[in-house]
Design a protein around this ligand. Structure first.
Ligand SMILES: [Zn+2]
Length: 155
């Protein structure tokens, strides 16, 4: 039994590795500026129990939208910073996201949750996401983070 358990973990490790392809890319100069935007908004707006995460996205037209997450008394009501940044883009008529990143209050890059992966790929299937990598933040296509994406029937 123990061997089967260990083997199961090894297989999962292989699957995880294959889901990471295509290979992550290192950050471009504009990506560092976007990281700075995300760190700036959470640095400015952080509030214990209310805003812990900042996100910034850049669209292909060069517009940048930065937001903080909204915590709530009832946890499931909370809304991720990425979702609010996407909504800001939608309100401005621009959801052609080139790259998006989220950071915590320490300024460390955090990967998007599963719901945000769905949302980002719904609005911008060609978007890239900056995620924590082995050697620091790296860019990956949002589709690499979301195998077997949900799609509406008939689309
Ligand atoms: Zn999320």
């Amino acid at each position: 039994m123990k061997t089967a358990h260990a083997s199961s973990h090894a297989r999962r490790g292989c699957v995880t590795a294959s889901l990471q392809s295509p290979m992550p890319q290192s950050l471009e100069p504009g990506d560092q500026a976007l990281l700075t935007e995300a760190r700036a908004i959470i640095g400015l707006r952080q509030r214990q129990d209310w805003h812990h995460i900042g996100a910034a996205l850049r669209t292909r037209s060069g517009r940048v939208f930065a937001a903080v997450h909204l915590e709530a008394y009832v946890g499931r009501v909370a809304i991720c910073a990425e979702a609010i940044a996407v909504g800001m883009g939608a309100a401005a008529g621009d959801t052609d996201i080139e790259v998006i990143v989220a950071v915590n209050r320490a300024g460390k890059v955090v990967a998007p949750c599963g719901i945000c992966r769905e949302l980002i790929s719904d609005y911008a299937p060609n978007a890239h996401v900056i995620v924590p990598g082995v050697e620091g933040p790296e860019r990956v296509p949002v589709t690499a983070l979301l195998p077997n994406k949900y799609v509406r029937p008939g689309t």
